[in-house]
Design a protein around this ligand. Structure first.
Ligand code: OFO
Length: 174
């Protein structure tokens, strides 16, 4: 495997792993703050990020590279508010998108079209994740401090986690 591509993919493995830990920390915070639906959503999201990481690890190894299982910095324990959680999630996803784009760019520079093709899955995944985070943030801003609204929001998040779980199982079987 081309060295530059291998380094870029290992860097991406690190980012997906840190996304997984970050969302796990958000899940734990939500669970400790009575937001069980949001916690389920975040636990599922954390699992998805782990799947993104595993997919990259397997790809690197199958292509003759060496995947490095990264250590990741400890994510925060406390968050200021639910809105802040989703602001941070969106910021994090924007950073990940930038990183995916840079891997795609390196693939083109190195004329590695099969890795370029593999990375297209991540490109569309990022589009979905950004749209999801923006949609959730819009809802939270509408709700503001309304407790009833927050209760319904949390219930919706539980339904959305269940749907994602179902789709995720199908995805991993595909
Ligand atoms: Fe892996 O998609 Fe988010 O970070």
């Amino acid at each position: 495997m081309n060295k530059r591509i291998e380094v870029a993919l290992n860097d991406q493995i690190q980012k997906e792993s840190s996304s997984s830990q970050y969302y796990l920390a958000m899940a734990s915070w939500a669970e400790n703050n009575g937001l069980n639906g949001t916690a389920k959503f975040m636990y599922t999201h954390s699992d998805e990020e782990r799947f993104h990481m595993l997919k990259l690890i397997k790809f690197v190894n199958e292509r003759g590279g060496v995947a490095i299982v990264p250590s990741v910095p400890q994510p925060p324990v406390e968050f200021d508010s639910l809105e802040r959680v989703f602001e941070l999630l969106l910021e994090h996803e924007l950073m990940v998108t930038e990183s995916i784009n840079s891997v795609v760019d390196i693939c083109l520079q190195e004329k590695d079209y099969s890795t370029h093709n593999f990375m297209q899955w991540y490109v569309s995944e990022q589009l979905e994740e950004e749209a999801l985070a923006r949609g959730i943030l819009d809802k939270l801003r509408l709700i503001g401090g309304d407790k009833g609204g927050l209760y319904l929001f949390d219930r919706d998040m539980e339904a959305s986690a269940a749907a994602a779980n179902k789709a995720g199982t199908a995805d991993k079987k595909a």
